[in-house]
Design a protein around this ligand. Structure first.
Ligand code: ADP
Ligand code: MG
Length: 317
């Protein structure tokens, strides 16, 4: 029988490069750099709700950290430390091996140290807390947007939702679009470099986890402004529109799990953002602007108002 402590040692204890004391004691110890604030965020992934029970364990490991790293990106924080609380229905060593490989692949890519956690028996459930740092008073928040700001989005929207719909048998994607969509769903890439670079450029930001309309809505609420956005300007996989035909806008506007950033900035910094897009080799699209009239209005290519069906994912709606 493998004990809880053997499992921790085998799969989760790694040398900690950014902490004074990592996995193995009653608490971890680390120092926040002088002149910085600690940024902390937690995201839980529940089997059956956030991923299929039979999803590849590598992907579950990657995604459970990636969605947390994405919250650091949205704050303009440098991700540094994480804890992992995991409930497992049984000891499946192969599952654990793959899961930890996925988790640490993401940790290595984004320089995050796993410094502690908890391992218990129970329905499969993964809860990660991420900690990062940001120079004092430079974090990007949801409340900093002003009226007449540009609204921007990174990457392609709707891909993860399309991938999920395909797996659920609701639509049929083919070839390149299928691969890109499934990849977007299972291996989201948090936009850390973008978040760090936006500290001195953007005045508000959020990561798109529940869909553009819902998440932009949080910026609008927190900043007490409204917005107009233009469907034709929102980037999505070129083949997505063609592939899904009618109703594709629901994926772009209300599809969750993309983990791209939506942010606002004054028109004066457009050039800087375009330069940044080239430097990061990441599409950054100006999708609309904020205004004094409250609420979110979306216009299609013919300048007709688009009706928003579902606003985004809400666990209790
Ligand atoms: P305690 O009983 O004192 O809370 P535990 O026995 O739960 O400690 O954990 C032993 C050590 O292993 C602690 O340092 C804890 O942070 C770490 N740990 C437990 N589970 C995990 C995990 N899934 N990932 C990383 N570290 C873990
Ligand atoms: Mg414990």
């Amino acid at each position: 029988m493998t004990s809880e402590f053997d499992l921790i040692k085998k799969y989760f204890a790694r040398a900690s490069l950014q902490a004074d004391l990592g996995v193995g004691d009653d608490a971890a110890l680390f120092r926040v750099s002088t002149g910085h604030q600690l940024a902390v965020s937690t995201d839980m992934l529940v089997a059956g709700t956030h991923f299929f029970h039979d999803a590849a364990p590598f992907d579950i490991g990657w995604k459970s950290l990636a969605v947390n790293v994405s919250d650091m990106a949205a704050m303009g924080a440098q991700p540094r430390w994480a804890t992992l609380a995991i409930a497992l229905p049984e000891v499946n060593e192969n599952w654990l091996k793959e899961f930890s490989h996925g988790f640490f692949a993401c940790a290595e890519q984004f320089n995050v140290d796993l410094i502690g956690g908890d391992t218990t028996r129970g329905a499969l459930n993964i809860c990660v807390t991420i900690m990062g740092e940001v120079p004092t008073n430079q974090a990007l928040t949801r409340s900093g947007a002003h009226s007449e700001d540009d609204i921007w989005a990174s990457g392609y929207l709707g891909s993860a939702a399309a991938g999920l719909a395909h797996l659920q048998g609701k639509i049929k994607l083919e070839n390149d679009v299928l691969e890109a969509s499934i990849n977007a769903l299972h291996r989201p890439v948090p936009r850390v470099e973008l978040g760090l670079a936006l500290r001195n450029i953007a005045n508000s930001a959020i990561d798109i986890s529940d869909g553009l309309a819902a998440d932009l809505g949080h910026i609008l609420d927190a900043s007490d402004v409204g917005a107009e956005i233009f469907l034709a300007q929102i980037p999505c996989l070129p083949a997505l529109k063609a592939n899904i035909h009618a109703g594709f806008e629901a994926y772009i506007l209300s599809g969750g799990d993309d983990y791209e950033l939506c942010f606002t900035a004054p028109p004066a910094v457009r050039g800087q953002i375009e330069t940044l897009s080239k430097a990061l080799d990441l599409p950054l699209a100006r999708i609309g602007k904020t205004c004094a009239t409250k609420g979110l209005r979306v216009y299609d290519a013919g300048n007709r108002l688009v009706r928003l069906q579902t606003k985004g994912y809400d666990h209790f709606a």
